[in-house]
Write a protein that binds this ligand. Structure first.
Ligand SMILES: [Zn+2]
Length: 418
């Protein structure tokens, strides 16, 4: 079992140790694994992400060999495994080694993890909503807690955020304590670990929160910097609350500000007027779409009337054949409907050549032809698909195809004897 230096202090970033075991890379584990007698490297556990850093081999020559620690994990037997990224050479068991934890990454993890304790305690204090799980995202991502509650209101989010930041501003000392399980039960912890372990490590945020935890924490709540709550979302076990702490808060706020500034510039308005501008634009778009639909409807109506007028009646019906090169299939359909909803019995064989090309075949309801069958007959030789009823059918040819829809229409017209 590796001695964990981070259990006693989160500020130990540099340490000396002895190599206990080295496992060369294998197909299952492409990175070589090193186990030390003691380590300050934190392994992924309890929601917290692992540290990274360096192991330095003290060589006889000037150039000591630096080995990159890319990942740290906890083995079942309690040892901590350091996975090395493409090391130039492997250390030997018994060799002296110097470890250096990446302090910036560690600092970020401490801020997120301590911030999580404060936030979880705030939700319990204000609304008796216990945290059932904690997830720490990597440096560019959010962290989240899952609360055992079906929903959280925006007001509750704002109040919990305010209370949590109050604890940050009070700069309460955060201490590590070791107690027996019996003692812990009397102390009224926010969360007791399920494991049957007698020595419990507690994280004590003075006068605010006490919980069992093996993670690395800041020494006082002020070092969390700030806690910013983000999106909430319903999950299987309750409600997920996303948050960020410390420097991530600043980065996130900077990104939000840049995005809002860009949006405001596009609307030539102030940041806080962006939602109003978007609402206005959406209303205008809706109105413009309605006006366009009305205009197209009138246009189709007029074009249908003119086409019917020009077409002679043969055997008691008029057959209108029309291929549009500049109108989409929706307009072709509208035109076909207008042609076949007049008092004169009519058949409309209409196509749109606009990609993806399509066909619409329609007849005045109750006509003697079968539009569905005619469409299938026209499309199947060219790999097109479609179908419909006796009176109305619609289909298309594959996008980007070189099929000449006008030719398909002419064939169809000949078939029904136009
Ligand atoms: Zn914790």
């Amino acid at each position: 079992m590796t001695r964990r230096l981070y259990y006693d202090s989160s500020e130990i970033h540099e340490f000396d140790s002895i190599v206990e075991d080295v496992t060369p890379p294998s197909p299952e584990h492409p990175r070589p694994a090193v186990i030390l007698r003691e380590t300050a490297f934190y392994p992924t556990s309890g929601g917290q992400v692992h540290d990274t850093g360096w192991l330095t081999l003290a060589g006889n020559n000037e150039a000591a060999t630096r080995l990159r620690v890319a990942e740290v994990a906890e083995a079942e037997d309690g040892s901590i495994v350091h996975y090395l990224e493409a090391p130039p050479k492997l250390p030997l068991a018994g060799e002296k080694i110097h470890g250096s934890v990446d302090p910036e990454r560690r600092r970020d993890h401490m801020q997120q993890h301590s911030g999580q304790h404060v936030l979880s305690a705030a939700f319990v204090e204000l609304y008796q909503m216990p945290t059932v799980s904690f997830h720490m995202g990597t440096s560019e991502a959010y962290c989240s807690i899952d609360l055992a509650t079906p929903s959280v209101t925006p007001e509750q989010i704002a109040a919990a955020e305010k209370r949590a930041n109050q604890i940050v501003f009070e700069d309460c000392p955060i201490r590590i304590r070791h107690v027996s399980r019996a003692e812990a039960e009397k102390l009224g912890l926010r969360k007791l670990p399920p494991a049957e372990r007698d020595d419990l490590r507690l994280i004590d945020i003075a006068d605010f929160d006490l919980s069992a935890c093996g993670g690395t924490h800041v020494a006082a709540s002020g070092q969390i910097g700030s806690i910013l709550l983000r999106k909430t979302e319903k999950v299987r076990q309750g409600t997920r609350v996303e948050f960020v702490c410390g420097h991530r808060t600043v980065r996130m706020a900077r990104r939000d500000y840049s995005a809002l500034t860009e949006a405001a510039a596009l609307f030539s308005t102030q940041l806080w007027d962006v939602p109003d501008q978007i609402r206005k634009t959406l209303d205008e778009t809706k109105l413009a779409r309605k006006q366009k639909d009305d205009a197209f409807d009138q246009l189709a109506e007029l074009m249908a009337a003119s086409a019917l007028q020009d077409e002679p009646e043969i055997n008691g019906r008029k057959i209108i054949v029309r291929a549009f090169s500049d109108r989409d299939i929706a307009f072709a359909k509208l035109f076909a409907q207008k042609v076949t909803r007049t008092t004169t019995p009519a058949i409309a064989l209409v196509a749109s050549a606009v990609d993806p090309p399509g066909l619409v075949f329609a007849q005045t309801p109750g006509g003697s032809a079968d539009m569905g069958a005619l469409l299938k007959q026209s499309l199947s030789p060219v790999g097109g698909r479609g179908g419909g009823s006796r009176d109305f059918a619609q289909g298309g040819v594959p996008a980007g195809s070189t099929v000449n829809v006008e030719q398909l229409l002419r064939h169809a017209a000949v078939t029904i004897g136009a």
